[in-house]
Design a protein around this ligand. Structure first.
Ligand code: BGC
Length: 746
């Protein structure tokens, strides 16, 4: 792993090839006549078929359900054999089937309730939105490989990662775990992350399938949407992630889709995922998302976290249904076969458990590199950044910048806060009641921006004010050359934020500081876009997301110009809620078990920037937006048409600093119809004056409409116009090309 990471770090991140599930460090157990499926030279299909033939019904059913891997109330101790994590499916000693030890999640290996003891440490990566803001699948693959390595180091072999629900609402409490609003960007980044995880011999999921786009009333909310719109948006993100990442499992979601729960939805599971996409892995439920045995017939293969459901339907009731002939045993074979196939494909049979020490120093560098590529310079209107040497007195204010950088809350949270060690954290219970309360801690990963700023600001005086009282903060700002206000927004699993405002009076704090000193820079650490009523009054704004193990260092390096910011917004940044398809958060104020409907037909497939383009309105910052300390120019656009569009053009660094750009290609009209779709992006590192030639070929589905009548992606013949720009609103180069008619399989 060490060598792999060193090689990956040394390579251009945009072009890192990740081998899919290449078992490396242990010899395969040899096959015996008694266990021919142990022969690693056979394909996963062959091995699955050989093993299934030897299994009894009980043994097959045992693979189809499992408990949370933690003590659950006084009557349920830690399941025997579980090492402690989110979930556990016992193995089978007779047949040599390893247990599934399942852990959250995509931002680090978690340790819920510290079930593996207080000394168990993991590296917290920056949030998913931060990862998406890098626009760099190579970085996603490296982070994924790091997660896979840490999971294996602890004896875990399934990562409940790959969150790819689209940002349809900038109040979703879990957006921070996901990858933004665009299906291409989100799908590619999730796919790369999954590839990285599985390269370490660990299964990854993608989740939460599907249209799990708000947390409020997540157990009851019904996401209503037409088929074509779903296929072109949320489903497409999953489709791309699955094609590119080959996750062993797909986790279905809590919510309903068009009236039917995600884990018992024949349309999304059987028809779309398994039939149309030919998915070979298994579907596991989200924890507490199973409502009956119908789910099994509808395509759910495994009931996870079974203590949370009313019954363990996938055990005795399933066997009884098979005995009664209500469910054919072939369906049990199919489900168990899918679990086994994923295990063979990821190398779980061939790579015996290999607990090892974690190289935290190397992994911290991975987290830092990701964050340095993720920070978005939203505004630099006064040119205050990078901080010049004349900033002799710097007032750092607010956001617990003396403690660390905030992390998102919920099951994805790396729970080092309670320990000492490489990444101890300060934690403050945000409170609440019920299951999620234990996870609802605003945790600060202990990479304090204040200390990092002090390290960088050689010769300058750096003061800190907590920001608790705007008057005191303003006084500190008045005595400084530059004021840097840190403002954070906690967000987490289990509920949405009620509105887009910064909490804790931080708007008033920023206003007061900016009034005292116009040289004010705001560093946002949020899980979503927030209102910025003070935007015109401050000199510059950075979005630093939830920054992970080395967030403070990364922020300081961007502030001082050691790193030229290259992050780009993976979602549009609305001015306020009035610009949203649903200004009121659906169900806000309703009881938590009240049925709530969210009408996604309002925007349909026009999520985010496509919604603003359709409405003819402009958000505060466009999808793809992000400034740099240098400038870039595009030229020499050449287009080729036919089956799809290939665009090639030059990107030149026209400024004085080295930096990376993210050129983006958008389809702006298709055979006469106006549209706006990201069809390509790249991350290009350029020295001052340097030019690189970039080529992007569109996935033909991005040129198509989903035709429900003909059941496929329909491309109409005609002229297709595209624009190359630095964000979804700025068309620097345009051109058009002829595309042939086609009907692609769903
Ligand atoms: C979350 C999943 C998570 C699971 C196991 C659920 O509450 O929605 O994302 O993987 O718990 O912890």
């Amino acid at each position: 792993m060490k060598k792999l990471l060193a090689a990956l770090l040394a390579t251009s991140f945009a072009t890192v090839p990740m081998a899919h599930a290449a078992p490396q460090d242990a010899p395969a157990p040899s096959a015996t006549a008694a266990q021919p499926w142990m022969n690693a030279r056979l394909s996963p299909d062959q091995r699955t078929a050989l093993l299934l033939k030897r299994m009894t019904l009980d043994e097959k059913v045992a693979l189809l359900h499992g408990p949370m891997a933690m003590p659950f109330g006084p009557t349920m101790p830690m399941p025997e054999g579980a090492i402690g994590s989110a979930g556990y499916i016992p193995g089978n000693a007779r047949l040599g089937i390893p247990a599934l030890q399942e852990s959250d999640a995509s931002l680090g290996v978690t340790n819920p309730m510290m079930v593996r003891g207080a000394k168990d440490m993991s590296t917290p990566l920056p949030s998913g939105l931060a990862l998406a803001a890098t626009f760099d699948p190579g970085i996603a693959a490296v982070g994924g490989a790091m997660l896979g390595d840490e999971a294996r180091a602890k004896g875990l072999n399934v990562m409940l990662a790959g969150g790819v629900d689209l940002t349809r609402d900038p109040r979703n409490g879990r957006n921070f775990e996901y990858l933004g609003e665009d299906p291409l960007l989100a799908g590619v980044m999730a796919g790369a992350s999954v590839r990285g995880i599985q390269s370490q011999g660990v299964i990854s999921t993608v989740k939460h399938y599907v249209l799990n786009d708000q947390e409020h009333n997540r157990m009851t909310v019904d996401s209503v949407i037409g088929e074509a719109a779903a296929r072109e948006s949320d489903l497409l993100a999953f489709e791309i992630a699955i094609e590119q990442g080959h996750p062993g499992s797909v986790m279905c979601s809590y919510n309903k889709i068009n009236g039917v729960y995600g884990c018992e939805n024949d349309w999304t599971l059987n028809k779309v995922l398994k039939k149309d996409w030919g998915y070979r892995g298994f579907v596991m439920s989200d924890w507490g998302a199973v409502h009956g045995l119908d789910a099994f017939t509808a395509g759910l293969d495994q009931q996870s976290g079974e203590q949370l459901d009313k019954q363990v339907w996938f055990d005795k009731p399933l066997k009884a249904a098979v005995a009664a002939g209500a469910i054919p045993e072939t369906r049990v074979d199919d489900a168990a076969g899918r679990v086994l196939h994923a295990m063979f494909a990821a190398g779980l049979f061939d790579k015996p458990e290999a607990k090892h020490a974690i190289d935290f120093a190397a992994h911290a560098k991975i987290a830092q590199n990701e964050e340095e590529n993720a920070i978005v310079l939203l505004d630099n209107r006064k040119g205050l950044l990078p901080l010049a040497a004349i900033a002799k007195r710097i007032a750092v204010i607010g956001g617990h910048a003396d403690a660390g950088v905030p992390a998102g809350m919920g099951s994805s949270q790396v729970t080092n806060p309670y320990h000492t060690g490489p990444f101890p954290v300060t934690s403050a219970p945000l409170g609440g009641e019920g299951m999620m309360a234990a996870w609802n801690n605003v945790v600060f990963d202990p990479s304090a921006p204040l200390a990092a700023i002090r390290d960088h600001a050689k010769g300058a005086t750096v003061t800190f004010d907590t920001g608790a009282y705007p008057e005191a903060a303003a006084a500190a700002a008045r005595n400084a050359d530059v004021a840097i206000v840190f403002a954070y927004q906690p967000s987490g699993e289990g509920d949405d934020v009620p509105n887009m405002a910064l909490p804790f009076g931080q708007d008033a704090l920023i206003e007061a500081v900016a009034a005292a000193n116009p040289n004010t820079i705001v560093v946002l650490e949020t899980g979503n876009p927030v209102r910025m009523p003070w935007a015109d009054k401050v000199g510059g704004v950075l979005e630093a997301w939830y920054g992970g193990a080395k967030g403070g260092e990364a922020i300081a390096r961007v502030l001082f110009g050691d790193v030229n910011p290259s992050g780009r917004l993976p979602m549009s940044w609305p001015i306020d809620e009035s610009q949203l398809p649903r200004p009121e958060l659906p169900g806000w104020g309703a009881a938590s078990d009240a049925p709530v409907t969210v009408d996604y037909n309002i925007e349909g497939a026009d999520v985010g920037y496509r919604w603003y383009a359709r409405q003819g309105t402009k958000p505060r910052y466009a999808f793809g937006h992000g400034l740099s300390y240098t400038s870039f120019r595009y030229s020499n656009l050449k287009l080729a048409g036919g089956k799809t569009i290939t665009a090639s053009f030059d990107v030149t660094n026209t400024g004085k600093a080295a930096g990376s750009d993210v050129p983006q290609a958008y389809l702006v009209s298709a055979a006469g119809s106006k549209t706006r779709r990201l069809i390509g992006f790249d991350k290009v590192a350029l020295a001052p004056g340097e030019t690189k030639h970039v080529t992007m070929t569109a996935d033909p589905r991005l040129l198509a409409s989903f035709d429900t009548g003909r059941h496929g992606w329909r491309i109409d013949a005609g002229n297709y116009q595209i624009a190359i720009g630095q964000d979804a609103e700025t068309d620097d180069l345009t051109g058009s090309v002829r595309i042939d008619a086609a009907l692609l399989k769903p």
